[in-house]
Design a protein around this ligand. Sequence first.
Ligand code: SAM
Length: 161
Amino acid sequence: MSRLDHFIARMVSQRACLDHAAALIADVPGPVFELGLGNGRTYDHMREIMPERDIYVFERAVASHPSSTPPDDRLLLGDVFDTLPAALGRFGPTAALVHADLGGHDPKKNDAFARAISPLVEPLLAPGGIMVASDRMYFDSLTELALPDGAIPDRCFIYRR
Ligand code: SAM
């Protein structure tokens, strides 16, 4: 698989999984968390498919397209190893959806990072809440769900509390 194929597979899978997750949480109240703003493409898509939700964005350094930059009061600026524990104190276990796209180009580093943040993400989810991740996560109490049509195995993962 070329790097272009790999990139396209990730984009297509993110869209399919986010659309699926938005439907799954239709009856689950609570905020939505975007971990890793990047260019803001997935944030923009989440705003479009969940216009009624409060979407909070976790990012250490904002470098997004101006049209896809969250307002200051929805931005949790800093390293997720600091901001995720702080969010648990602020929000409790209320998140209807957490989407994580924090990785880079090194699969081993991404896996180590996913292992490290899994215990910080897990307690944030509300009962019935959904986690969508670009890397396999390591949860004790969440159930991995089948991918929706259009998502490519190993490019996206979905979990439910
Ligand atoms: N989903 C985004 C989009 O559609 O444009 C792309 C996200 S990009 C792959 C990953 C982002 O995660 C980067 O902006 C990076 O700064 C952020 N990030 C990585 N590690 C982080 C950390 N430890 N704390 C906070 N943000 C982090």
